[in-house]
Design a protein around this ligand. Structure first.
Ligand code: DX5
Ligand code: ZN
Length: 218
């Protein structure tokens, strides 16, 4: 398993001051950007033009989490902008294998997300097509929700499948990650942690990142 990565989500950042907000997470491994379309989830955030602007003001890798319908159409457009990693939802993708291959052919990392109630078993045979598997630990749509412990067994099963494959596939979790929950998620096998409110509600987001990292770094 690779070294743990902390990806702060800017969902709870000040959207009127994104450049400043990005400078407060300089120790992050990547910036997690939540794209919502008010169809796949009941919330609306930002899209391509804002991501294009974010790209210009930070050198941190961009981890784009698409909570949208029609990712087969939209995800490649984020890869075209130079986003390092693009995550689409399995529940929304028409042809997830074709999409993952397209993203990789564009030079992006291909990632697929599963909502808390979506089983991982149907997707095990396509794990080799992915650079990262995102297991949502809240229902997607909003920051500040409570971590769902019922996802922990799925994280364990995914970890085992990734290890059995021997590939370099990250197991990311997203939702309710805090100093109270990060250790049990890591113990279950997650290695990449999205943290929104626990980072941006802190006085010093970089210090919050260091605290989270300290809990999972062996
Ligand atoms: C929720 C988003 C998350 C969100 C996490 O649908 O995908 O990335 O920002 O926020 P917290 O860490 O507050 O649960
Ligand atoms: Zn997210």
């Amino acid at each position: 398993m690779s070294a743990p990565c902390i990806h702060p989500s800017i969902l709870n950042a000040d959207f009127a001051n994104l450049e400043r907000e990005l400078s407060r997470i300089s120790s992050a491994d990547a910036v997690h950007v939540d794209v919502m379309d008010n169809h796949f989830v009941p919330n609306l955030t930002l899209g391509l033009p804002v991501v294009e602007s974010i790209r210009k003001v930070t050198d941190l890798p961009l981890d784009i989490h698409l909570m949208i319908e029609d990712p087969d159409v939209w995800a490649p457009k984020y890869a075209e902008l130079g986003c390092e990693s693009v995550t689409f939802h399995a529940e929304a993708a028409g042809a997830p294998i074709r999409l993952a291959r397209e993203l990789r052919s564009q030079g992006a990392e291909a990632a697929m997300a599963l909502k808390p109630a979506t089983g991982v078993e149907s997707y095990l045979d396509m794990l080799g097509e992915l650079d990262m598997l995102l297991l949502m630990t809240v229902e997607p749509g909003f920051g500040g929700q409570k971590f769902l412990d019922l996802v922990l067994p799925k994280i364990r099963r995914a970890r085992k499948a990734v290890d059995d494959l021997g590939g370099n596939i990250a197991v990311q979790i997203d939702g309710g990650v805090s100093i109270e929950t990060i250790e049990r998620a890591a113990e279950a096998g997650a290695d990449t942690f999205v943290a929104g409110s626990s980072v941006y509600s802190a006085q010093d987001p970089d210090a919050a990142i260091a605290e989270l990292r300290g809990l999972v770094q062996k």
